[in-house]
Each structure stands twice: as structure tokens, then as C-alpha cells.
Design a binder for this molecule. Structure first.
Ligand SMILES: Cc1ncc(COP(=O)(O)O)c(C=O)c1O
Length: 371
């Protein structure tokens, strides 16, 4: 590990209490841990909010061990994982549905609550899986521009609810802006709105929230409210490619949405998720690495006077002041693939945290592109 990273690492590990993860204590495979420098021909992917350190060695082993079961249908393997998740979140097994990535859960909700004559309410910009899918099936999507903090404009979203609103989508922290809603406001909003329609709370980035005791909307599910929460193993657990996530909701909601299941997770994904839940060392390692990378990137943006949203995620959203298409091309020349354009914010750029070394490459490139 380079000196600068080790120094930053030590500094931050003091803050995060993660001193035990200095160096490569988990024996991560070289391809993940030692960054291959990105080139214009083969840029590094800082574009999709993945965790490049995954999967952890323990998860790899669990998947290898599960190969013998691959000749079987996976459904009988779900129960144990569902029970682990129920215990983790303090809910019952019948509150949980496993999905092939949380995207499957989002789409299942989109098709269940969408359809001709209905509408859904979302922020803009926001993660689009649910609204696009619902629109495809004839729903109208009310897109409410984010507020000045780049968070959900909850007041205006509530005003857009009509008799035909079947679902309100809240993505917190939000992708692509990375903003976290004030907890009290969000809870009040979800509680009030769930009396009128279904609230879908997408918590894909929940693990990265650093605010102490920040509440999950799972608490509202426990109170029996009309709320669905989506979680994923794609982010902090580093399992985006194996496709596993889950929904948490009242059993009647789970049963209703469950009728639209398309694939569900496979046996390797279930084995991976079970091992990931037990690998706290890797979980803490990933969070600490993310914090170091984010601090390095923020310092660089600060140094250049570039505005960014305080991030509760594994990515940063910063203002480029010029068209993202141009900036995107400039970064490709520097061996880095940044996030796609996010209309209407076409002079903003989303950058995912790679390994610390990859973020270092991003910092050097940013000084060149904007210096
Ligand atoms: C807010 C949000 N929700 C859901 C997803 C989908 O994740 P997955 O389908 O991999 O669980 C993403 C992916 O980037 C996301 O940003």
C-alpha cells in the first residue's frame, strides 16, 4: 500500500475504530486489492457504485462450496437466509422476500402497483428502476425535482399524491445525489403518506450512513404500516454481480408483490449472502476503505473549489460547471469511467469510490481535468 494511503488509513481508522483492517488482513485477491491502473482503452469503473473489494474470501469460499448444490432448484435454500435476515432486522420471516438484486424487488413493486390509470410519485433525479418499469406498464410517474439540499422535496411530493397514486418512492440516501433526508422529516412523511398509499423506501446505501442511530424505515414496517423497504447485497457486501437483495414489508404486501416474481436469487447468490452476513470483518473493512476514499476525493474537490453534496453513500456527486458529456470524455482519457449523465443536472458528475488506489487516480485526473 502506498504511503499516502497508509497515512490516511491510519488517520481514518482512528476515527472509525477499524485499525485492525490496515493492509490486506483479509487476504483479498490481488485483482481486487491491488488496483490495475485505468487507461483510456480500459478505464476503471467508478461509474456504478459498486464495491471493488468484494466478494470477500469467505464469501468466495461459500460460493465454491455451494457448487455441488447448483443442480438443484434454489427455493429450499431460501429459508435459512430469510431467517438470518429476519433476526438481523428484528422482523418475522414472513416479512421478507428474497429478490434477484433489489432491482427485481423494485420492478415487482412497479408492476404490482403500476398499470393504466395509476400514478406513482418519485423525486428527480433518483434511481429510475421502479418508475421506468411502472411507466412501461402504463403508469404515470410524477417526478418532483429535488430540493436545494439535493434531497427529496417531501412537501411537494405529498402534494402530488392523488386518488390514483398507488406508490410513493423514496430513495434514501438518494442515488445519484447521495443526500440523506433528515430522519424526523422522513419518518413523519412516510407515516403520513402510508395512510394514503404505499411507500417504497429504497435503502440500497443504508449501510454507508454515518449519522448515529439513523432510523431505517423497517421500523415503520414493524408498526404494520403500508411501507416496503428494499435492501441489497450489491453495495457494501460487494456482490453486485451475483444479484441478491430483499424486500421487507407486511406479509400481505409481500404476498401480493410476490405474485410478480420473475427469477428470484440462485443458489450461489444465497450462499454468498449467508456468508456475507457473517463476515463482519469484511463489512467493516469496506466501510473504512470507503470513508478513506471519500475523504481523499472530497479533499481534492475542496482544493479545486468544486461543489459537492455531503455524501451518505459510496459515491460523490459534484458540480462540474460544464457539460458532463465533455467531462466524461476527459475522464476517459485519464483512464476513469465516471457516472452517466443525470438529467436535468447535466453539469454534475457522479463518481463511485473504487479502491483507495483507484480514488487516488481519480484525484490526480481531477486536478488535470479541472486544474
Ligand atoms: C438506489 C438504488 N437502488 C437499487 C439499486 C439496485 O441495486 P441491485 O439491483 O444491485 O440490488 C441501485 C443500484 O445502483 C441503487 O442505486
Amino acid at each position: 500500500m502506498k504511503n499516502i494511503n497508509r497515512r490516511d488509513w491510519l488517520k481514518l481508522s482512528g476515527l472509525t475504530g477499524a485499525a485492525s483492517v490496515i493492509g490486506n488482513p483479509l487476504n483479498l485477491s490481488a485483482s481486487n486489492f491491488v488496483s490495475i491502473k485505468g487507461t483510456a482503452e480500459q478505464p476503471i469503473r467508478l461509474s456504478s457504485n459498486e464495491n471493488p473489494y468484494g466478494p470477500s474470501p469467505k464469501v468466495r469460499q461459500a460460493m465454491t462450496n455451494a457448487y455441488d448444490d447448483v443442480c438443484r432448484y434454489p427455493y429450499g435454500w431460501y429459508k435459512e437466509l430469510v431467517e438470518m435476515l429476519a433476526k438481523k432486522h428484528g422482523v418475522h420471516a414472513d416479512n421478507i422476500m428474497l429478490t434477484a438484486g433489489s432491482t427485481e424487488g423494485l420492478k415487482m413493486a412497479g408492476i404490482t402497483y403500476g398499470g393504466e390509470g395509476s400514478n406513482i410519485v418519485t423525486a428527480d433525479p433518483v434511481f429510475m428502476a421502479i418508475s421506468r418499469y411502472a411507466e412501461h406498464f402504463g403508469t404515470y410517474a410524477h417526478r418532483v425535482p429535488v430540493n436545494k439540499n439535493m434531497g427529496h422535496d417531501l412537501e411537494r411530493m405529498e402534494q402530488r399524491i392523488t386518488q390514483s397514486t398507488r406508490l410513493v418512492y423514496v430513495c434514501n440516501p438518494n442515488n445519484p445525489t447521495s443526500a440523506l433526508e433528515p430522519a424526523k422529516e422522513l419518518e413523519a412523511f412516510c407515516s403520513a403518506v402510508s395512510n394514503r398509499t404505499v411507500v417504497f423506501a429504497d435503502e440500497a446505501y443504508f449501510d454507508y450512513i454515518e449519522a448515529p442511530n439513523y432510523p431505517s424505515m423497517i421500523e415503520l414496517v414493524k408498526k404494520g404500516m403500508n411501507v416496503i423497504v428494499a435492501r441489497t447485497f450489491s453495495k457494501v457486501y460487494g456482490l453486485a454481480g451475483i444479484r441478491i437483495g430483499y424486500l421487507i414489508a407486511r406479509p400481505d404486501i409481500i404476498n401480493r408483490i410476490g405474485k410478480s416474481v420473475m427469477a428470484g436469487p440462485n443458489i450461489l447468490a444465497v450462499a454468498a449472502a449467508k456468508a456475507a452476513l457473517q463476515d463482519d470483518e469484511f463489512y467493516q473493512f469496506s466501510l473504512a476503505k470507503n470513508a478513506i476514499g471519500k475523504k481523499m476525493a472530497m479533499d481534492t474537490l475542496d482544493g479545486l473549489g468544486l461543489e459537492y453534496v455531503p455524501s451518505a453513500c459510496n459515491f460523490l456527486f459534484f458540480k462540474t460547471g460544464r457539460p458532463i458529456t465533455e467531462v466524461y470524455a476527459d475522464y476517459i482519457k485519464e483512464g476513469i469511467k465516471v457516472g452517466r449523465p443525470f438529467p436535468p443536472m447535466l453539469d454534475w458528475c457522479r463518481i463511485s469510490m473504487g479502491t483507495v488506489e483507484q480514488v487516488e487516480q481519480f484525484c490526480t485526473a481531477t486536478k488535470k481535468v479541472f486544474g
